[in-house]
Each structure stands twice: as C-alpha cells, then as structure tokens.
Ligand binder design. Sequence first.
Ligand code: HAS
Ligand code: HAS
Ligand code: CU
Length: 820
Amino acid sequence: MTVHAPLPEQTQAGPRRGVWEVVKDYMMTTDHKKIGLLYMIVSIAGFGLGGLLALAIRIQLALPEQALLVGTTYNQVLTMHAALMLFFFLIPLGLFGFGNYFLPLQLGVRDVALPRLNTFAVWLFVASLLLVITGFWNGGMPSVGWTFYYPLTLDGNQTGVSVFMVALILNGLGSLLGSANFAATIVNLRTPGMGLWKMPVFAWSIFATSILQLLTLGGLTAAALTTYLEIKLGLSMFNPGIGGVPVLYQQFFWFYSHPAVYVMLLPYLGIGAEVASTMARKPLFGYRVMVYSILAIVLVSTIVWLHHMFAVGIPEAWQIAFMISTLLVAVPTGVKIFNLIGTLWGGRIIMKTPTYWLIGFIFNFLIGGITGVSLGIIPFDYQVTMSYYVVAHFHNVMMFGTAFLAMAGIYYWWPKMTGRFLDEKKGLWHFWLFMIGSWLTFLPQYILGLLGMPRRYYTYPAGNWSWTELNFVSTIGAVTLFAGGLVMVWNMLESFRRPITAGNNPWGGFTLEWTSSSPPAAYNFAHDFPQNFPTERPLYDWEKSGETLTPVDPKTIHLPQDTIWPFMTAFSLLLMGYGLSFGWFTNYTPQAGLQPFGEAGLGFQIATVVLYLSFPVFFYSLFKWAGTREYAVPVEHHHLTKYDNGFMGMSWFIISEVGLFAVLIGGYVYLRIIGAAEPPVLRPNIWLAALNTLILVSSSFVVHKAEQDLHHGRLSWGRLGLFITLLLGALFMIFQVYEFALFGTESDWKQNLWQSCFFIIVGLHGLHILIGGTGIALPYYQALTGKMDRTNHGSITAASLYWHLVDVVWLLIVAIFYAW
Ligand code: HAS
Ligand code: HAS
Ligand code: CU
C-alpha cells in the first residue's frame, strides 16, 4: 500500500476523532511533530504535578512546626518534586519537545534521520514516567533527595530507589537515542544548500545539547546502575565496609548532573535567540560568537562538576582547579546573555508575550547566574552549601530563568503548532503572576540561606530571626505561581476553542519553519527551497534577492509508514523495568541470600513473572520492527554524507557507550590506584580471557566481511558471515558464564571490592554482548526473510559498528582486569 501524505485540510480540520483513535495514532506515528507534542504534553503535565508537590512543600513550610508532610513523607514529596521537574519537565521539554517539533522544520526536511527510533525513544520516556508513577501505589517512593546519595539509598525505601534507578536508565536510554538521532539529522539531512554555519541558532543549540548528553549521560547511568546492583545483588563500588569509597558515587552522579543543567539551559537559549531576532526584527547580534559560546559551554561544562562537592573533603588543589573552571563557564554563558541583549538593542521590538518572557528571563537569569558564580567561589560555598541559598540559586536559574524561556517558546511557536494564537491578555497575567510569584517565592530564600536555614528539613523552630516571616512570604509566592499555572492551562484550553487564524508566519520570522502551514501538514512542506543560503535568516535573504519556493505536489511525497512495533518494544521494556524494579529473576536479596521463590511476597512474584514475560514480548516486537520496511514503497534517500542514517545514528550513539564504560572503568582504576581494590588470590583465568579475546576479535573480522558481502549483493555469503558471528558471540557468552559461575562461587563478591568491580564492569560488557548479538541477529533475520537486497542493507552497518565497539571495550577490559 502506498501511503500518500495527507493534504493539509485533512491534517488540520478532519472530523473529530475518538480518544482511542488519537492514542493509537500517537502509538504508531513516526511524525516528529506528533512525537514532539507528546514530549511537550507529558512535560507540561510533569510541571503541573511537580508544581503541585512544590505547593505542598511550601504549605508545610509556611509556618513553623506544621504537620502536613512530616519526616519520610516530606522527603518523598521533595524527591518526587525535584525528579519530576528535572527529568520530566525541564530537560525533555526543551531538548525533545521543542527539538523534535522544530529541528526538522528549521532544517527544511520532512523528518528526523531515524523516525521509528524516535517513536521508540518517546515511548521509552513515557514508560519511565509510568514506572515512576507505579511507585506511588507500590510503596515505591524514594525519600533520599533527587541526588540519591550513597548510602542513603540503602537505608530507606530500597524498592523506591530501585524503581527510580530503573526508570532513570530507561529515561536515559530514550534520551541518548533521541540525542543521537538529532545529531545524525543535523549532519546528514539539512535541506540542500544549508551549511552548518547557516543553521538557525536553535538548531545549533539542539546539536550542542545532544552532544553534551551523549558525552556525559554515562555518569548518571553508571550511578543508577551501581546503586541498583548494590540493592539487588550486593555488588558495590561504594561500600566502605569492603574498602569502597562512598564519595565515588557523587563523582559519577555529578559528572552528569552538572552538565545536565546546561542540557536544560542550552535548548532554551536557542529559543531565546529565535525570539529575540524575530521580535526585534533584526539579525542575531554575533551569530558566530553565539555558536562558539554554545560549543564552549559544552566543553567547559564537562569539567566543573566538583563544585557540587566542595564541602565533601576533596583535596584542595582539585577544588581550586574546579573553582577556576566553574568561573570560566560563566564567560560563554555571559556572552550568550550579551548576544541576546545586543540583538534586542536598537531593534523595533514587538512587545508581545514571547518578548515579555524573554526579557523576564534575561533579568532573572542574571541574578541566578551571578549567585551561581558566588557559589563557585570555595570559601563562600563552604558558608552556604546545603542551605536555602543554594535552593534559591537553582530555582532562580531553572524556574524563573530557564522555564521563562520555555514559556517564551510556547507562546512563540504555539501559533505554528496549533494554528491559533494564545491570548495576549491572559498571557500577560500568566507572565506577571509567574514573575512576581517567583520573586516572592525564591528571593526570600537567598536571605533564609544566609540566615542559616538548611535545605531538606521538613520543619523549623519558631523564633529564629525572620525565618517565619520569610518562609511565609515564600509560600505566598508559591500560591501566586499556582495561580499563574492555572492561567497558563486556561489560556491553552481556551485557544482550542478558537478557529485556526494564525497564518503561516504570524510573527514575521525568518527561518524555514515559518514557510509551512500552521499547523504544518504531515509532510511539513509542499515546496522545495532555493539552495542559496547567504545567512541563517533565509526568508529575509530570499525576499531581498527575489528567490521563491518551488511548489511540490504533495502526492509525490512519501513518508515512513506507521508501525506499532517501536511502541511495543518500548512497552516490553516498561514490563521489564517493572519486573526489575519490584521483582528479580530469583528470590535473592543481598541480606538473606537465595530463598525459595514460593516464599517471596505476592507483589514480588507477580513482578518476576512480568519480568520473564517481557523478554518474549521484547524480542517479538523488535524483530517485527526490523522486519517491517520503513517506507511502503522504495524511496531514494538524500543524505549529505556518504553514510546512511543508521550508521550515522549509531556513530553518535556509541559516544555514550564509551562514556558509560569510561566512567565505570575510571572509578575502578581509581579504587585500584588508591589501593582499595586489591585483586583476590584466586583470579579469573587469563587463558580463558585470551581464548575469548581470540573469539571476539575474529568475530569482528567475520562481521566486517559479512557487511562487505551484503553491500556487494553476495547475500548468501553475507548470511553465512552473520551466522558465524552469532555463533562466535554465543561461544564467548558460554565461556563467560562458565567463568562467572566459577569465580562467583570461589569467593564472596560482597566481601571483595575488586571482585565486585569485576562483576559490575565485566557483567555490563556481557550484557553488551547480548545486545550486540541481538543487533547482529536483526540483519540476519532481514537477510533470511528477503528484506535485503543490493540497495537496501537493513540495519547491518549500524549492527556491525556496534559489534566492533563491544569488541574494543573487551580489549580494554582484558587489560585492566586480567592482565593488570
Ligand atoms: Fe548552578 C548548584 C554554580 C548555572 C542548576 N545549580 C546548582 C544546583 C542546580 C543548579 C540544580 O559552584 C543544585 C543541585 C542540588 O540539588 O544540589 N551554577 C553555578 C554557576 C553557574 C550555574 C557558576 N546552575 C546553573 C544553571 C542551572 C543550574 C544554568 C540550571 C539551569 N550551581 C553552582 C554551584 C552549585 C550549584 C557552585 C553548588 C552549590 C552547593 O554548595 O551545593 C553559571 O553557569 C552561571 C553563569 C551565568 C551568569 C550570568 C550571566 C553572565 C554575565 C557575565 C558577567 C558576570 C560575571 C560574574 C563575569 C554568571 C552577564 C560576576 C560575578 C559576580 C559575583 C559579580
Ligand atoms: Fe523546587 C527543591 C519549591 C519549582 C527543582 N526543587 C527542589 C530541588 C530541585 C527543584 C532540584 O520551597 C532539590 C531537591 C532535593 O533537595 O533533592 N520548587 C518550589 C516551588 C516551585 C518549584 C514553590 N523546583 C521547581 C522547578 C524545578 C525545581 C521548576 C526544576 C526545573 N523546591 C521548592 C522548595 C524546595 C525545592 C521549597 C526545597 C525543599 C527543601 O527541603 O530543601 C514553583 O516554582 C512551582 C510552580 C508551579 C506550580 C504548578 C503550576 C501548574 C498548574 C497546572 C496544573 C496541572 C496540570 C496537569 C498542568 C505551582 C497549576 C497536571 C497533570 C496531572 C496528571 C495532575
Ligand atoms: Cu553545577
């Protein structure tokens, strides 16, 4: 069946569909716009939910000695508030909500590089939220703060922590796939003629943020994985009882979670730049400088994480080095702020709601940024760390800094997404309620911090100097913010009652998204663009030079066909995540050891059954996915490099795998160097490792040969090569399992740090062999079922690249675990 792109009328004003129909559409869609909308809707719900929890916190703290949220309950609410706001609002809304919707439009293309992977990623994101929410009624709410510090994670509600660790890993996987997809889209798919240096700044900021995610997210994954493994199996890198170092957890965590603050900031700075340029009717002030400072932020922000740990007792030289890098990162950030101001300066500014949010941002963020710099100065940080000064700083940069740009983006692009304007008057109410509410809530918290009020306490005594008054004001501010949130939701709902009136380009923007209809048709553009891009503002240039768009008959446009399998694959991972959170393969706990399965609780048993069921669902869905062609008809793909999109996506994704192993191995090497992780007398056999190395290296050659064969149409040779690769992989696994069984019984990993590290890292590599093997099995299946031919190589290039990676990591592991 040929899927023709629907006509604009069909997408805009079709007959009203039932709820189930809409849900099904979103489950099966590959359309980057719908995926973007799904991210946005979930993120805004995340903001609402996180905000309601914040309101509860503020009510508890309004006066001394309140009893609304006490002890653990307070901690749970605090943890959920922060986690929802960060992982389900600010991070995904900018990068993946706006990113998905507007990146392809700004690049003048019809979709991202790997549309079906995009569907998978967004549903993984939703799955991770659902998993967290199941915790609400499964007794699974963690109460340790969003930082999940060791050993707090072991003390309290371990189920709650497990759920979160699993959810963060799923969330992270979706996030990495999305980031790799964006990077591949940018490198491979820009409309002909648009050079990298002619991309809009928003596209640059998505590119930079994606790279930052790929580089650093491994830190969070490592932190979540090690915490999870300690809870489930007693495998520890941090347990001081066996020589582990608890602070190492913080290193893992902040290695990602500092850069995360720029993952939040950068996409929104991109939005701010778009709004500034359009609303001031001027080109950006210092486009190139702006891009360079975005890239500088990416680089520098990876080396400042220790400023979250000044008070932990790190050697002084390190503290000073990280203080310097922290102060340095303020420079490119400051440059970006000056760029925004410079863009507005002297322009004929159109004062509409997006402009208000932008100016509000500049003003607020300046305060938040400067208090950030003050925290970066070691002696000052010693004084105020763990106090409300810090709370005030980060809400200043996030809530009434970055989130203001999120609002700017919503008001700016709403007409493009819906064809309707948001009401200006309600928009201004929303703006001023948020502005005044934020100041009332958080500016007093700076003073509270300086007056010594510590963060993460559920109450405080009466009679401390001004604490009561300041807290009360802060709560009034939160109520004001709540009112602002209601106006926001009201404004959005109201706008749907209005007819579609916004034209294609209601603000007079200069970038390509404004040439599509509002809302855009499924195929984005019914025209081709001129190939001449003098600047990053093509519409302005073309108007001057008189160049015009060339109409394209929508009937000739082919889009990827809808498919349910990426959704189903994500759904199977939700089941797997549920099983891993609330159950385990056996009835094993580190405390009690192995018990009969029948003696476990009912919830545990059910979860374990779900875990086993998830595997067939996963494999079935994944193979169905691989066996379904992306397009119903053969389509010529245009890409800018000689590499196909699968290979390009995988090349970017691999960065994150390298990052993950680098963090874990870095941790191990550190423990080894300081003499904490001494190998036991009985070590794994080096000859077995040598044999396995031989097996794995030869498999790399075989898969390379198979890839060549498939490319040259020698199908049966290719199939044979893939089959042999799979055999070699299986052989490797058999030896590995044998070795693990042997080594696991020889001595107790709970008593030996080296052995613990060995199982964590070598075990993770084993998991990668399984993933890589599944990756190889997919093109094998495609080749067997006739899905491959001389022009269509299925997923072989990506699969073989991944297999080489797994191979290289193994060589490193041999060096540090077997030879050293
Ligand atoms: Fe931050 C803690 C330092 C920006 C988010 N930050 C946090 C936490 C979060 C967060 C969530 O060094 C707490 C996590 C937790 O739960 O514990 N932050 C900085 C610095 C910057 C900064 C130096 N933060 C952000 C952004 C965030 C964010 C952006 C999210 C969106 N932050 C810290 C430190 C801590 C911290 C410490 C740990 C505190 C502790 O003890 O726990 C910078 O990127 C800000 C740069 C921006 C500006 C404004 C514009 C610049 C201009 C240039 C001229 C200004 C200069 C400064 C040269 C500076 C216009 C002059 C300085 C004067 C004092 C006058
Ligand atoms: Fe916060 C601690 C108060 C907003 C992030 N916050 C944190 C921490 C983080 C964080 C990372 O006053 C540290 C956690 C830790 O120590 O582990 N926060 C607030 C208040 C707001 C607020 C009043 N926070 C944010 C945002 C964040 C963020 C935004 C990141 C992006 N927060 C606190 C306080 C603490 C705190 C205390 C420290 C406590 C302690 O003990 O240390 C407000 O700005 C929130 C305003 C928003 C609303 C919601 C309006 C929306 C409405 C729509 C409703 C419904 C919808 C649908 C859309 C009031 C009305 C909902 C959907 C459903 C399914 C129901
Ligand atoms: Cu930081």
